[in-house]
Design a protein around this ligand. Structure first.
Ligand code: RIB
Ligand code: CA
Length: 311
């Protein structure tokens, strides 16, 4: 019996809305040689897409990956509420980073860049607006996408409303498009990512590491921990996006089930809710992580952030 998705070494394109947990996930990806990050796009989510792309370019430069092409999603939702209380006004816990003037890669439209890259996988760490738009404008790209690893959703509950998680709640119609698509998907929802946390001692270890990037991440985590203390009563941080990276690189640390995942796009109170049907009726469209070795994932995250592991 197949117990999970087949690991893939295909190169990775990242959609991200940095975002403090995105920053940690990008640091992990920048140190990974397999799979290799080939490009990334800043999307509207934790911050507007223009700031997300600038943060992305600055972070990749900080992590020694300034040669990776950076793109900016064209779409911003004017009604979107940015969670400045979670990630700070600048999206990075108000820690200042040097940002390149004109991030590389923008000269080339994203679709042309991806068309030239053959087979690749997607890592989605923010709302699915840009990915959904890309597939609408260039449906043939889907044939190049070997799989899409998505941080998002919450089966038991959400984190924006009781029902809806932020990445899905930000654009439920885009998320519904992706779950209805034939692209092989892996969903890493809150049910799993809220079990993986960093703690004050982890933050201190990053601070004491003597590594500049780790020190900057420790500064960002201070803001994130303060939010969690106020919101959830513990001084630590949920590792949402970093857990999605580990689900891609170390699937053996997770339990997976095939499910039919659907997004509620119409409910007045439940819009943005993700439901997972595990019945065996052959309509399954997604591998969903249902369990996690949280402590093992936490140590993989720390090893990668400290540069002790670059697989
Ligand atoms: O709900 C958590 C997700 O929303 C994470 O990706 C976080 O960065 C925010 O984008
Ligand atoms: Ca994110």
């Amino acid at each position: 019996m197949i117990r999970g998705p087949i690991p893939s070494g295909a190169p990775v394109f990242v959609f991200t809305d940095p975002g403090i947990d995105d920053a940690l996930a990008l640091a992990m990806m920048a140190s990974s040689s397999r799979p290799r990050m080939i490009g990334a796009c800043g999307v509207d989510g934790n911050v507007p897409s223009r700031l997300a792309s600038a943060n992305l370019a600055g972070l990749l430069r900080l992590f020694g990956a300034g040669d990776i092409p950076v793109f900016q999603s064209a779409v911003n939702d004017p009604a979107h509420e940015y969670p400045v209380h979670v990630h700070g006004k600048n999206g990075l816990g108000n820690i200042k980073i040097v940002k390149p003037r004109s991030p590389r890669g923008q000269a080339l439209p994203l679709v042309d860049f991806l068309k030239s890259r053959g087979n690749f996988q997607i890592l989605s760490l923010g709302p699915l607006t840009a990915l959904s738009d890309l597939l609408k404008k260039s449906p043939n790209i889907a044939a190049q996408i070997s799989r899409c690893v998505i941080m998002g959703g919450g089966i038991v509950r959400g984190n924006v409303t009781h029902y809806a998680e932020f990445n899905i709640h930000s654009n439920p119609d885009a998320a519904d498009d992706i779950f209805r698509s034939a692209i092989p998907k892996i969903l890493v929802p809150l049910d799993v990512t809220e079990k993986v946390k960093l703690y004050p001692e982890d933050r201190k270890e990053l601070q004491r590491s003597g590594r500049r990037a780790a020190g900057m991440l420790a500064g960002m985590l201070q803001f994130y921990f303060n939010f969690q203390k106020k919101e959830n009563g513990f001084y630590g941080g949920y590792m949402h996006d970093p857990s999605a990276v580990v689900a891609m690189t170390n699937p053996e640390l997770f339990e997976f089930r095939r499910a039919e995942v659907r997004v509620d796009t119409t409910g007045r109170r439940t819009r943005g809710r993700t439901t997972a049907s595990f019945s065996r009726n052959g309509h399954a469209n997604t591998w969903i992580t249902t369990g996690v070795k949280a402590e093992a994932v936490r140590s993989v995250i720390m090893e990668k952030l400290l540069g002790h592991r670059s697989d």
